[in-house]
Design a binder for this molecule. Sequence first.
Ligand code: AP5
Length: 214
Amino acid sequence: MILMGPPGAGKGTQAKLLEKHFQVRHISSGDLLRGAVDQNTPLGQQAKRYMDHGELVPDDVLLGTIEERLRRDDSQGGFILDGFPRTVAQADALCGLLQMMNARIDDVTSILVPRDELVKRLSGRRTCRACGTMYHAIFDQPRVAGVCDRCQGELYQRVDDREETIRARLEVYDRQTAPVLNTYRERNLLREVDGIGSREQVFGRILAQVQKHG
Ligand code: AP5
């Protein structure tokens, strides 16, 4: 399954719920890249300068990492892709890779959220460094400021969640990622889901779509 939608649409949030529900791996290209940046690997060093400005990491830097991740044993029972593919070239690369792996795309869900709401969500997002749980500085505060309710880890703001970088990411989405939706629409794989409402409401809509078409 592929989860699509602009930055802040709730792809990561919904992918975690789907991972638990279907017992298949959530694979986030953003998380893979942020992990590489944190560990200061050669991939991370190259990726950081693009990510900090809200630009896409070039395919020659990213594609090998995605392929390696999809070929691991824990992906063989299926996976939920979040943040990949983000360009038509990446969608083509994924198609070729899945053919080689004898796998297929069952479902592409695009989460729809208006722009103002995206900016609000992202500018207030706080994430636990230890367990990845997400909070919001105004709408979903932790019990103790800066501390994760679940694991007491430290909460941080992503470098690319500053307002001017958020706007750059949204422009990149419109220009480079929105055209990918058409390729899946033409193949009759695309389902669109309203992303406004509680996390549980959005999750219910995604499940209903998957079950209807599954
Ligand atoms: P990536 O990490 O993929 O970021 P993104 O696509 O910009 O998406 P986000 O993680 O910001 O948002 P999301 O839709 O997952 O929403 P979330 O659930 O977190 O990519 C980061 C960077 O890495 C890119 O800019 C690029 O540089 C690089 N990159 C990654 N993939 C790449 C690729 N394929 N090719 C090239 N470069 C690549 O939720 C957001 C907030 O909203 C949270 O605070 C959450 O709590 C809240 N929220 C969620 N659901 C709801 C709800 N229903 N109601 C209210 N609030 C909600």
